[in-house]
Design a protein around this ligand. Structure first.
Ligand SMILES: [Zn+2]
Ligand SMILES: [Zn+2]
Length: 218
């Protein structure tokens, strides 16, 4: 509720009027095909596996994102996560729904935040995004995952690489086809750990959808 009362400033450029101005919304780098069929990395031509994911055991069938994680997307995600600006979660969900077709799954799940962060922020950005998308796509959103231990940092690639297998477990039996929602896909380690936990709990096919995706240079 609080963000309704605060003066509205664009999270990216700081101009007044709204939390994401029309110009900055327009300029967010939409991810376009061709891309890697598996991990969604932009590629020169359509490929089944790319440099980023070749040779990796991946528990998810596909990973997709709406925008590249550039400086503007980073600012938007930061304001949404750290300042709890709900309207930005709605904007992020709209951008995802504009870019990506609804996944052919029985339910959406989300990457749980670690307890410390949830306590500090009072919300889980991935959960908020999943709830917004569930409403748009008319799918149930289920709390299918929990962390096996807390205190891990997320957000940087180095930190994410430390997110080891077994970081999550399912809270019960998973539907056969599930889509895991996260705010940012960085190295894929988090998505993979989440998908792996759902597979162990009975899911046959796990898709991953994130708002933004880190782009490898070069
Ligand atoms: Zn702006
Ligand atoms: Zn790939």
């Amino acid at each position: 509720m609080l963000d309704l009362l605060l003066p509205q400033r664009c999270a990216v450029c700081g101009c007044g009027g709204s939390q994401l101005c029309a110009g900055c919304r327009e300029d967010l780098p939409r991810l376009e095909p061709p891309h890697c069929a598996r991990c969604g990395a932009p590629t020169e031509w359509p490929v089944e596996r790319c440099r980023e994911c070749a040779g990796r055991r991946l528990a998810f069938a596909t990973a997709r994102a709406a925008v590249g994680y550039d400086e503007a997307a980073r600012r938007l995600v930061h304001a949404w996560k750290e300042r709890g600006l709900r309207r930005l979660a709605t904007e992020a969900a709209q951008l995802v729904a504009e870019r990506l077709p609804p996944p052919a799954v029985e339910a959406l799940a989300f990457v749980p935040s670690d307890r410390g962060r949830r306590l500090v922020r009072g919300h889980n950005p991935a959960e908020r995004l999943a709830l917004e998308l569930a409403a748009v796509w008319e799918l149930p959103c289920l709390p299918l995952l929990e962390r096996t231990r807390g205190g891990r940092q997320r957000g940087s690639s180095a930190a994410e690489r430390r997110t080891v297998r077994g970081a999550f477990r399912a809270t019960g039996v998973a539907p056969r086809r599930v889509c895991v929602i996260d705010d940012v896909y960085t190295t894929g380690a988090t998505a993979n750990a989440a998908a792996s936990a759902l597979r162990k709990a009975g899911a046959r096919r796990v898709e991953v959808i994130a708002f933004a995706r880190a782009l490898r240079r070069g």
